[in-house]
Each structure stands twice: as structure tokens, then as C-alpha cells.
Design a protein around this ligand. Structure first.
Ligand SMILES: [Zn+2]
Ligand SMILES: [Zn+2]
Length: 115
């Protein structure tokens, strides 16, 4: 167990409704906010949806420019639904392959014919 990981708090960013430059951390115990979104680029943050760590890209911060209102900063898997879908398909396929493999390993042909 690394105590470092426990001590470091990664912010969970959500854009302010009134000011699209401002992102705040939605953690109830954290008062952090970022007044300039350009400073978020390259920072490690926690995904609002899946709570996984990711690095914020310039594309993500700029993507919210057109649409007003709330914007959660999510990881690539959560922001790109197409990619997320493909990932899920691959995952289920892998599970199937692994299940087949474990079937083959069953002691099916171990002296089943008797004497
Ligand atoms: Zn925070
Ligand atoms: Zn995510």
C-alpha cells in the first residue's frame, strides 16, 4: 500500500455555469478552483464519471467552449462514447475467449474411455 496515493488529492473538475473559464473541484472537502481553464491542460485529474485518473488535454477544455452551462471533465473513455463502446465490446469478447480457454483446460479427455 502506498501512502502517497492516499495523501494526494486529485481534483474532480466541473465548469462553472456563469463563467466558462472557471473550473471548480466538486469534492465536498476541497475548495480548489481554477480561474483559467488553460492552466488545466496537462494536469492530472479524476474523471467525474468513472473516478479514474487522466491527463486533461487542450481539446477537452476547448470542447466546452460552444455549449454554455455545466461541463464535467471526464476521461477519454467517458467523453468519447464511440471509443467507450468499442472498449466495452473488446472487453466482453475477451471474456468470452478467456471462458473458452478455461473450458479447453478442463480435464475432459483425461482417460475418459475407461480401461
Ligand atoms: Zn479538489
Ligand atoms: Zn471516465
Amino acid at each position: 500500500m502506498s501512502s502517497i496515493e492516499k495523501d494526494i488529492h486529485y481534483h474532480i473538475y466541473q465548469r462553472s455555469i456563469s463563467n466558462k473559464e472557471v473550473y471548480r473541484c466538486i469534492d465536498p472537502d476541497c475548495k480548489h478552483y481554477q480561474p483559467k481553464r488553460e492552466f488545466l491542460v496537462g494536469k492530472r485529474a479524476r474523471c467525474v464519471k468513472c473516478k479514474e485518473l487522466f491527463i486533461i488535454t487542450q481539446k477537452q477544455v476547448k470542447a466546452g467552449h460552444q455549449r454554455p452551462g455545466h461541463k464535467d471533465l471526464v476521461c477519454l473513455t467517458c467523453s468519447n462514447s464511440k471509443k467507450g463502446k468499442i472498449l466495452r465490446i473488446v472487453e466482453t469478447q475477451l471474456e468470452g475467449i478467456l471462458a473458452d480457454l478455461s473450458k479447453e483446460n478442463n480435464p475432459f479427455n483425461s482417460n475418459g474411455g475407461g480401461i
